[in-house]
Ligand binder design. Sequence first.
Ligand SMILES: Nc1ncnc2c1ncn2[C@@H]1O[C@H](COP(=O)(O)OP(=O)(O)OP(=O)(O)O)[C@@H](O)[C@H]1O
Ligand SMILES: [Mg+2]
Length: 234
Amino acid sequence: MPLIELVNISRTYRLNQIRVEALRDVNLTIEEGDFVSIMGPSGSGKSTLLNIIGCLDRPSAGTYTIVGNRVEKMNDNQLADIRNQLIGFVFQSFHLLPNLDAAANVELPLIYRGLGGKERRRRAIHALEAVGLGERVHHLPSQLSGGEQQRVAIARAIAGEPRVILADEPTGALDSKSGENIMAIFTKLNKDMGITIIQVTHEEHIAQYGHRICRLRDGQILQIDETQNGRAVT
Ligand SMILES: Nc1ncnc2c1ncn2[C@@H]1O[C@H](COP(=O)(O)OP(=O)(O)OP(=O)(O)O)[C@@H](O)[C@H]1O
Ligand SMILES: [Mg+2]
C-alpha cells in the first residue's frame, strides 16, 4: 500500500466570477521512505498540491488516499486526526509563537495528543537535540537565527513522530548555508528514521536533495525526474 496516492486530482478555486484551475488531473504515488521535491513557477499549484496532501484542503475532483484512508470520505475531525497522527508541517516563515521558548513551541502540538507535561518536555528536548539545538531549549524565537528558528519548526514537526513531513519552501527565507543545514537534517530524518519528506522549493540544488523531482506547470505534472540521490538508494 503506498503512503500517498493521488488519482486524477483537480482543485478549482472560484473567486467572484473567476475560476482558477490550480490543479488539473494530477496523478502521484508516494511510497513510504521517499523524498520528493516539488518544483514549478509561481502559481503552478505547488502549495495547493501540498495543502491537499496535508489534508489542509480537499480536492474538487479525484481520489486521494493516505495510508489507506480515503480523504473525500472523511469529515473535518477525521482529517484533523490524520494531520495530527501522520503529518508534520514546516513552512517558509517558521510559524513559531514569539512568546514561547523553543521547547514550549515544540511541545505545543503534543498537547493535542493528550500527552502529559513530563512526556511532552522529554520529547521536545529529544527533538531539539535531533536538530542540533540541545543548547537552545530556552531561547525565544527572537533570540534565534533564521536557520535555528527553522530547526525549531522541524523539531516541532518531528516531536509528534510523523510518518511524513510536508515542507513548503523550508529554505526560502534562509541563507544558503542554513539552507544546506536544513537539507542535511531532512536527509538524516529520511535515512535514519524513515520519515517520508515532501518539499516545495524554487531552488534546483535544494530540490536535488530529494530522490525525485516533481515538476509542475499550470496545475499539471510536467515530468518527474529521478535525482542522483534516488538512484543511490534504490
Ligand atoms: N484561496 C484561493 N482562492 C483563489 N485562488 C487561489 C487560492 N489559492 C491559490 N489560488 C490560485 O491557484 C493557483 C495556484 O496557487 P499556489 O499557491 O498553489 O501556487 P504556487 O505554485 O504555490 O506558487 P508560489 O511559488 O508563488 O508559492 C494560483 O493561480 C493562485 O492564484
Ligand atoms: Mg506556494
